[in-house]
Design a protein around this ligand. Structure first.
Ligand code: ZN
Length: 244
């Protein structure tokens, strides 16, 4: 089984289309989306219909929940909050129904997929070894796919070494041993935050037992223009150019 794993699209249709075109050349069996379809970017409805057209299995993220009123806005910084309120205003009834339908997690055997973390799928960021360890101990997955932080990487758990963090090399397969457990983050399609502005996603091949990070250029300036036309805050557009 070979999955393409996308996450944190955040209403960035230009980035999503480039990523889906690339995935179409990769011969995957299924595409998983780990949530935050909306928030920040200028095309929330179009991103939703694109996911529906491609029949992509999608999970809920914190921004998706905030837009439909399931998460308190105090949780967000002022710019994120402004983008969430803007998204609420433009979201179509069909888009709202889609966001309301999203599940918190999916399990496929010993593969688990969530937005944030296994123990708190909506809100928790897995950014350090201690948080990763707590999550390895909280659930019995072998491989867990996460998004939320927008930072690609792999937390690896072994009985002997406990937790270590590894960068995922771009374009070359990262081997997944059957004797270890993994929390894998493929980064963000629509708002990368690791200093690399290129759209990010992951190919997970359970037959070859590899995870491969893919980075793709997309027309950042077009997205920035659309954000300005929409009246979204300029700093949210500016950060896309820096991947921050
Ligand atoms: Zn996000």
């Amino acid at each position: 089984m070979r999955y393409a794993v996308i996450s944190d699209i955040h209403g960035n249709l230009q980035a999503l289309e480039i990523v889906l075109n690339d995935i179409a050349t990769k011969g995957v069996d299924a595409i998983l989306c780990l949530g935050d379809v909306v928030g920040y970017g200028p095309d929330p409805n179009e991103c939703i219909t694109t996911l529906q057209t491609h029949r992509i299995l999608t999970l809920a993220g914190n921004h998706d929940w905030a837009v439909i009123g399931r998460l308190d806005l105090d949780y967000f910084n002022p710019l994120a909050r402004e983008a969430i309120l803007w998204t609420r205003r433009v979201l179509s009834p069909e888009g709202r129904a889609f966001l309301e339908s999203l599940s918190l997690e999916h399990r496929f055997g010993d593969l688990l997929a969530v937005h944030g973390s296994p123990r708190n799928p909506i809100e928790e960021y897995v950014l350090d070894g201690n948080t990763a360890l707590a999550n390895f101990l909280s659930s019995d997955f072998q491989i867990c796919l996460i998004g939320h932080s927008h930072i690609p990487g792999a937390f690896v758990y072994t009985e002997k070494e406990k937790v270590s963090f590894h960068q995922l090399p771009v374009g070359s397969p990262f081997p997944l041993s059957s004797g270890a457990r993994y929390i894998l983050n493929g980064g963000s399609v629509g708002q990368p935050r690791d200093g690399d502005p290129r759209a990010s996603y992951l190919i997970l091949d359970l037959t070859l037992r590899t995870a491969t990070l893919v980075r793709l250029d997309y027309p950042v300036q077009q997205t920035q223009q659309r954000m300005l036309q929409a009246g979204l805050p300029w700093p949210l557009a500016e950060r896309l150019a820096y991947g921050l």
